[in-house]
Design a protein. Sequence first.
Lengths: 225, 330
Amino acid sequence: MSENVAYAFNGNLPKIRVVDEHSVQGKIADAEVFIRQAFQEDAKKGYELLFRRYHRALCSHAVRFVYSKEVAEDIVGDVFLTFWKNQVQTKITTSFRSYLYASVRNRAYNYLQWEFKNDSDIDEIPENVLNQVLEETPQTMLQYDELFLKIEHSITSLPPQCQRVFLMSRFENKKNKEIAEELEIALKTVEAHIMKALSQMRKSLDGYLVSLFIFLIFSNTDFSL
Amino acid sequence: MDKSVNKNILFELFSGRATPLQKKLIEQWLLEPENRELYYEWLDEWENQFIQILPNTEDALQKSLQKIAQNEAYLTPIFVEPTPNFFQQNFRWLAAAAVVLLVSFGVFITRDYIFYKNYQTAFGEIQKIQLPDGSQVSLNANSALKVARFGFGTKTREVFLTGEASFSVKHTIDNQRFIVKTDKNFEVEVLGTEFNVYARQKEAKVVLNKGKVKLNYTVGKKAKQLTMKPGDLVTFNRIGQAKVQQIEQPQNYSAWQEHRFVFEQTPLKEVATMIQENFGVKIEFRDEALSQRTISGAFHAENADELLQVISELLEINFNRQDNNVTFFE
């Protein structure tokens, strides 16, 4: 490893940045250099640049986990707000990109856990549940990849009508009644389709969420010791 | 630098086409922090190529900035600096406020002393207490009793107990209740009677000699109630559930008042706990079997040494004492 890991800064930005343009690290560091400069000049400007640069792709990533446009956008919005509240740009040691993607995945995972563990009718998710921070390791990174692929698979294996109803509900934000009218089916049928989709999702994820969760607990305990 | 993993392989991974071996390779590759950076760079590139939804970024940004502005508007007053001569202007008021604050703080930290009379016994010490209403309390060793200085006997009769004590409660003309509160999950409510309360770390129990008492206790969040008859022994386990037993000689449970110790097929292990609680002497057994042996009879002992002597003679075993650590062996 060479010494030019320019993105690894702590607190104040280094005044002199050694960038070797032939090395990969140099390139990574450079991709966000404008955003970092903007943050230094005016934090709000930096925030706006950062938001515009990553918002869309992060929403797209989040939706692979939660399969709801609304929830995905909420998650990304919260991640950005947390970034601002904690003034992350002053303490971060990785690229903004890594921080944002890891936070979105973490939060999406906490959301899934909450959605499928609690079939109760609590509407509010407790903030502390969403804010649990899980340590990142190569294993957890790959497990997140497997998780969203698994969810995709469970959705594509639904019967066509069921899938259609589910996506209309979660992506077009349509009320069950609207879906029933549009597809000319009974309201009960719409509800049954959505229930079925959710239970299928839960079934294919159940063991998985538990195992990932246990794994993360263990790595957390190690961490806290 | 490790070039085993490239963008194509990662794209395959994100699309669910990577083989288990490739996954293993990626896992290895991710151990390097700069590769993790690359991973997220390529993930971002991949997401941008295969976008799933089209959120309205501008709207979202405006909303986000609004929220930030609201938050900051809400927070700013905290950072408003006081006018420079704030202290001079309000000196009199501040001084008065400081005096009030100081006095209430003083009352607050000494409130226990001001409002309550505390009785506390050392290891091996038994104290007889006469309460203002004429009731008698024997406070066993290593225990504490708190009695309100004001109002005791006029409105309610309430005492707080940690440890063990025997009560002989005077019945008042107006049938006033007498309540023993504990830091466990229960309290004892009586009219006039004799009973023994034991509320130590390990367990808690109440033995009734005469009369009638009511136990108010909680299991989890549920409040429960129980009425005891003479000769009843109620034991509370760790989660606060109560068990009622009828015993033949309830007075044995308060024999400690006369420095008598009454055992009935009591395992040595329990005797050891009792000695530790009352005399502060820690007891160990060289082998486990010894702690299971039982002991019966009534013994008089003023201190731990006398009791240890009796036990060792009775069971024909030896003990070693070093300060407050005792080991029994055969």
